[in-house]
Unconditional design. Structure first.
Length: 220
């Protein structure tokens, strides 16, 4: 049975369109140019941070985050940046009696924002900065397995990326769900791994509750 559902953050719960737009502004390049290069980098299977190198060689993302904060433009997201299916999906899964968590590659600052947005709607919120391990490293998913009160095979990890989410979660023995949205989910959707690896493939998080109920039915 699936007893716990753990969500990725960016492009799973949070639409990052505005955030990446502000990075384009910070770099001083047109937003559509930045977005086009971002997509091209992902389509080539490269690390998304290579996008920044195109416009500013030697760009250090962590250092620039701090510089933005010092300049009064820190990373930020709010209720208006959540995908419209998030709240109702969480309510449905909670009503099903499932343990819920959020765990993704996020900064300490983003972790604070997530706790403001989602406590007490979920049971746990963890970030890569909190844990000192980031996806796709196995240590990140080992940490997820440690904090979730269920066995790995009873955990469903929900994300938008084959490389960062599905592949390492499956290696950790977890079930997975791929949501088709954002640049990664859209670009990777038709790849063999995206079709073979996940337990579920969904267009909306609202599909998860009935899918999990059906999956769990034989065990009841």
């Amino acid at each position: 049975m699936i007893r716990a559902v753990v969500f990725d953050v960016g492009e799973c719960l949070v639409d990052e369109t505005r955030e990446y737009g502000t990075w384009a502004d910070w770099l001083g390049v047109p937003r559509h140019t930045f977005a086009a290069m971002f997509g091209a980098v992902i389509a080539q299977g490269l690390d998304y941070r290579e996008t920044f190198q195109v416009f500013r060689p030697g760009f250090d993302l962590y250092e620039e985050r701090e510089l933005r904060a010092e300049a009064g433009h820190p990373e930020r997201f709010g209720e208006e940046d959540l995908y419209p299916d998030v709240r109702d999906s969480l309510k449905a899964l909670r009503a099903d009696g499932l343990w819920l968590g959020i765990a993704g590659n996020q900064t300490v600052r983003a972790g604070r924002i997530l706790r403001e947005l989602f406590s007490p709607d979920v049971d746990l919120i963890g970030t890569s900065d909190d844990w000192g391990a980031s996806k796709p490293d196995q240590a990140f998913f080992d940490r997820v397995a440690e904090v979730v009160p269920a066995g790995p095979a009873e955990i469903l990890y929900v994300g938008d990326r084959v490389d960062n989410d599905l592949r390492p979660a499956v290696a950790a023995g977890m079930r997975t769900a791929l949501v088709r949205r954002g640049p990664w989910g859209t670009i990777q959707w038709h790849t063999p791994e995206a079709q073979e690896l996940p337990t579920f493939r969904v267009e909306s998080l609202l599909e998860l509750s009935p899918l999990i109920q059906t999956f769990n039915a034989p065990a009841r």
